[in-house]
Ligand binder design. Structure first.
Ligand code: ZN
Length: 436
């Protein structure tokens, strides 16, 4: 099912809608958001300079750092009383990125999520189990609201608690699972370990995955554990843009359709900022159209992809973005949570007993991401006293958990045992390269 007629318009009509909304958005952001107005003035661009979609490139970029510099709500265009919801995600420093929604924004957001749920095959017949963590993360409440719009019955399970997940999958006749791909694999393997064959013993046939990318080897593995009947698609979004609902794969599995009447995509050279021709790979930049609380123009997502404009066999005419090939910055996605090495550094630097050298190792064990942080002690005599060492370990782990929102493994090692670097330190080793 195709949720909205805007998904199937001829290109000229999509572009007409985009241009009209773009002009409104630029005047709106200039008038309501002081930091963006300053940027436009610095670059000498006026709202009336935007007369075609090609003029978009005249506008200044918005960066993740703009959220940090204007924390918590300096980029908002409305008063607090007009907001009906806040969400937040982890940022590059200790402070989260806070986003807000008016009533119209929520409506727009959840309709866009309904579109991507339909792209993945969801209907009003589905029983949907949401295994994303609820809270300020946009994933859970986004898919929750979007699937309710479609008419599915939603089970707000939240993340973790594998026994309960399995019980509901069986007892409630769940047909659709929302999760990170790595958790879905873990859950599928647990089912198999208990002698449950999802293709025979469960009704499950749809997986809607997000929070982290899914590679093709991972999708193959998903079919091995969940069965061939399991259609798994991934979708794309980030809280700054609204949350999930920016783009999603249809069941043809040939890239993610972008909801172009609400989001204009551009691909740029991440080094120079220059806009690249259609089909070339580069950093994805998104302009949000018609958002009230948090209008964003030319937001640098840091994600690397390419755009495809040929109409799809599914009937949608919207541009598709290729599944992500990486990030332009250093962000790690661990079990769906964004982690920046600088956040880890910030925690470690505050603890007196350890030195400034550390290493981060990310692996996938039993289908789950495991992050191990190795840190040097200042005084190696600590290694001889079990109780003190144990206390210190607990202290560091709990500080890391409260900063990152994620449990980590910790190794404390003797002074001077970690490798030193002369140039840029290579602190992160990510062994998840095979995509499994
Ligand atoms: Zn399609």
């Amino acid at each position: 099912m195709i949720w909205a007629k805007e998904e199937t318009l001829p290109r000229a009509e999509i572009e007409k809608i985009q241009l009209e909304k773009l002009k409104q958005t630029v005047s709106y952001i200039y008038e309501k958001v002081a930091p963006y107005r300053r940027k436009m003035e610095e670059e000498g661009v006026k709202s009336e300079d935007i007369q075609s979609l090609a003029d978009l490139k005249k506008l200044p970029f918005t960066y993740k750092a703009d959220f940090r510099d204007n924390y918590p709500d300096g980029l908002f265009a409305v008063e607090k009383r007009d907001l009906v919801r806040y969400h937040a995600s982890s940022g590059t420093t200790g402070k989260p990125t806070v986003v807000g929604y008016t009533r119209n924004d929520l409506e727009m957001w959840l309709n866009n999520v309904a579109r991507i749920a339909c792209m993945g095959g969801a209907t009003s017949e589905d029983v949907a189990q949401i295994a994303f963590g609820y809270g300020t993360f946009t994933g859970a409440l986004g898919l929750h609201g979007g699937l309710e719009k479609v008419g599915a019955s939603v089970i707000p399970m939240s993340s973790g608690n594998t026994n309960k997940q399995i019980m509901f999958l069986q007892d409630m006749g769940v047909t659709l699972l929302v999760a990170t791909p790595s958790y879905a694999l873990h859950l599928g393997e647990e089912l198999r370990a208990r002698g449950i064959d999802p293709s025979k013993d469960l009704k499950i046939h749809i997986g809607l995955f997000g929070g982290e990318g899914m590679t093709e080897p991972m999708r193959d593995e998903m079919h091995k554990v969940w069965g061939e009947q399991f259609v798994c698609t991934q979708n794309y979004g980030m809280s700054e843009l609204c949350g999930p609902g920016v783009a999603g794969e249809c069941t043809e599995l040939c890239g993610m359709h972008i909801n172009e009447d609400w989001f204009i995509p551009e691909i740029i050279n991440p080094e120079t900022g220059e806009v690249l021709p259609p089909g070339e790979q580069g950093e994805l930049v998104i302009t949000c159209l018609g958002k009230e609380a948090l209008p964003l123009v030319r937001y640098r997502t840091g994600d690397l992809t390419r755009l495809m404009y040929e109409p799809c066999k599914c009937g949608r005419t919207t541009a598709r973005m290729e599944n992500l090939s990486g990030r332009a910055d250093d962000m790690l996605v661990i079990r769906g949570v964004n982690v920046f090495p600088t956040q880890i550094e910030e925690v470690l630097f505050k603890i007196d007993e350890i030195g400034p050298h550390y290493e981060i190792l990310v692996e996938r064990k039993n289908r789950l991401d495991v992050m191990t942080i190795t840190v040097e002690l200042i005084d190696d005599r600590l290694l001889d006293g079990y109780t003190k060492l144990n206390e210190l370990e607990k202290k560091i782990k709990s500080a890391l958990k409260s900063q990152l929102g994620l449990a980590t493994q910790l190794r404390l090692v003797a002074p001077n045992s970690l490798q030193r670097f002369e140039g840029k330190a290579k602190r992160v080793t990510d062994l998840r390269k095979d995509g499994l």
